[in-house]
Design a protein around this ligand. Structure first.
Ligand code: BES
Ligand code: MN
Ligand code: ZN
Length: 506
């Protein structure tokens, strides 16, 4: 199935205009033009910016306030249709900015992006936003306009197009806004890959997408086939992928900034890429299996992030590893109680074939530790149902071997609206991973509970002495609602947070 548009989602054409609103509108076709002006808490005040702009389309702020009482709640939109052909816009959108912090602006942007779907032009007039707030508004508009692809012929097409043009009027910084669009598009690429059905999306298909993205972004891409994995001893990927008709792959992509030296910081990102998770012989019940085409979200995020690092020209070396396998049921599937030899030689006793993610991740982490000399090693995975039980659908656990690393990730999460909460690597639970027959047990043999924590403790066994962080996105990786920034399906959670973190590091 050809998929170029999945990797290059349709985008609005963006421009920033410092000129007066009347001058901007004078140049534009009003036929299908939406003009958005802000409403703060307390409504439209006579001394607000919006009150200065409304006369351009023949409206008076005091009258509008009295007649419509527009809400200033973040993301609330009051629509004022204008007489066609008589005004410089077709509709005015009074959009609530709440307290005008980044989270509120992201919601406001998402509402505008949604209102703009399928329309010709969105003009947004706002002044006085700092860089973080501008970025949040722009990310919101871009993601609010996103619709997931559908297959109604040979090719995937979005269910509706984002607004064709967005014009930002006021005090916007062009570079800040352009970078925000790039980050939002990384989220879209990750979402698009997550929505692809698993009869198309097998490990080789994901590797092919990585090659395509890599070629476009100018990245070095290396792919290990099943044969390569065997000859180099990636026993975890081979065990998990062994039951599938479509064999596993490992993909490495690298962003090397111009002028990088050995002292340029090097970050390695590892993503879980289970292209479908049946649970294996420890098979999942039907309701638990249905959503498992998105179990490759971690790898999609890593792929999109490394490509965006190149687009953003980040002065950090970033290597992505995609650990790709299908966890299937067959006579060649791995079994509970098997002992497998991981990359680097450690042996693992399999406790439950449905805990496949940590197995493929461990191979990739061990490889990164042995060969890539990362300053920071970070992994992202839809790893445990327990993470979703603990924190639900809007916040993800972060584990780290280093408090400064954890703090930096939490801060990036807050700035990007992808929220993290630090979870502990509880030493007291480590004993549960002791195995009688192998170096380590792959799930907690003794019931200690804390499924997300024991999974993290297992991964830690494979990171050596590296500074390491782990994001368990099983709860936040999928959305069942179509609301605000989210659409049903994969969320791409983590792409903007990781890019924000990498930008801060630079
Ligand atoms: N992919 C699942 C985790 C998951 C669950 C992601 C729900 C998204 C939504 C993972 O491979 C898994 O099956 N984990 C098991 C581990 C258990 C067998 C120790 C789980 O969480 O139940
Ligand atoms: Mn599983
Ligand atoms: Zn899984």
């Amino acid at each position: 199935m050809p998929a170029p548009e999945l990797l290059d989602p349709p985008s609005s054409s963006w421009s920033v205009r410092p000129d007066a609103l009347a001058d901007v509108l004078a140049d534009l076709d009003p036929t299908d033009l939406l003009l958005a002006v802000p409403v703060h808490r307390g409504g439209l005040r006579a001394d607000s910016d919006a009150a200065g702009w409304l006369p351009v389309v023949g409206l008076d702020a005091t009258d509008v306030q009295a007649a419509h009482e527009p809400s200033g709640e973040p993301g609330a939109v009051t629509r004022l249709p204008l007489v066609p052909g008589e005004r410089a816009a077709r509709t005015v959108l009074l959009v609530g900015l709440g307290d005008a912090g980044p989270a509120d602006l992201r919601s406001a942007g998402a509402a505008l992006g949604r209102a703009g779907r399928g329309r010709a032009h969105l003009v947004v007039a706002v002044t006085g936003l700092d860089a973080q707030a501008q970025a949040a508004l722009v990310e919101g508009i871009a993601l609010g306009g996103y619709t997931s692809p559908r297959w109604r012929g040979p090719d995937a097409t979005p269910s509706s197009a984002p607004v064709a043009e967005v014009t930002l009027v006021g005090t916007f910084d062009e570079v800040t806004c352009r970078r925000a669009v790039t980050r939002a598009r990384a989220t879209m690429v990750a979402r698009n890959l997550a929505v692809v059905p698993s009869n198309t999306k097998n490990p080789a298909w994901m590797a092919a997408q990585a090659r395509t993205i890599g070629r476009r972004a100018g990245l070095d891409v290396k792919v290990w086939t099943e044969r390569d994995l065997r000859s180099e001893g990636f026993g975890g990927l081979l065990a998990v992928g062994g039951g599938s008709a479509t064999p596993p792959r490992l993909v490495q992509l690298s962003h090397e900034p111009a002028g990088a030296t050995s002292s340029t910081p090097h970050v390695v990102l590892v993503g879980k890429g289970i292209t479908f998770d049946t649970g294996g012989l420890d098979i999942k019940p039907a309701e638990g299996m249905l959503a498992m085409k998105t179990d490759m979200s971690g790898s999609a995020i890593v792929l999109a992030v490394v490509a965006a690092c190149a687009a953003l020209d980040l002065p950090v070396r970033v290597t992505g590893l995609l650990a790709l396998a299908e966890n299937a049921v067959s006579g060649s599937a791995y079994r509970p109680s098997d002992v497998i030899t991981m990359y680097g030689g450690r042996t693992v006793e399999i406790g439950n074939t449905d805990a496949e993610g940590r197995i493929v991740m461990a191979d990739a982490l061990a490889y990164a530790d042995a060969h890539l000399a990362p300053d920071v090693l970070l992994d992202i995975a839809t790893l445990t149902g327990a993470a979703r039980v603990a924190l639900g659908r809007s916040m993800a656990p972060v584990y780290a071997t280093d408090d400064a690393l954890s703090d930096a990730l939490v801060a990036a999460g807050r700035a990007s609206g992808e929220l993290l909460w630090p979870f502990p690597l509880v030493e007291d639970y480590r004993f549960a991973l002791d195995s009688v027959v192998a170096d380590v047990n792959h799930i907690a043999g003794t019931p200690v509970g804390a499924g997300s924590i024991t999974a993290a403790l297992f991964l830690r066994e494979f990171v050596g002495e590296r500074r390491w962080a782990h994001l368990d996105i099983a709860g936040v990786g999928r959305s069942d609602v179509d609301r605000g920034l989210l659409t049903k399906g994969g969320t791409g959670f983590g792409a903007r947070l990781l890019l924000t973190w990498l930008e801060e590091m630079a």
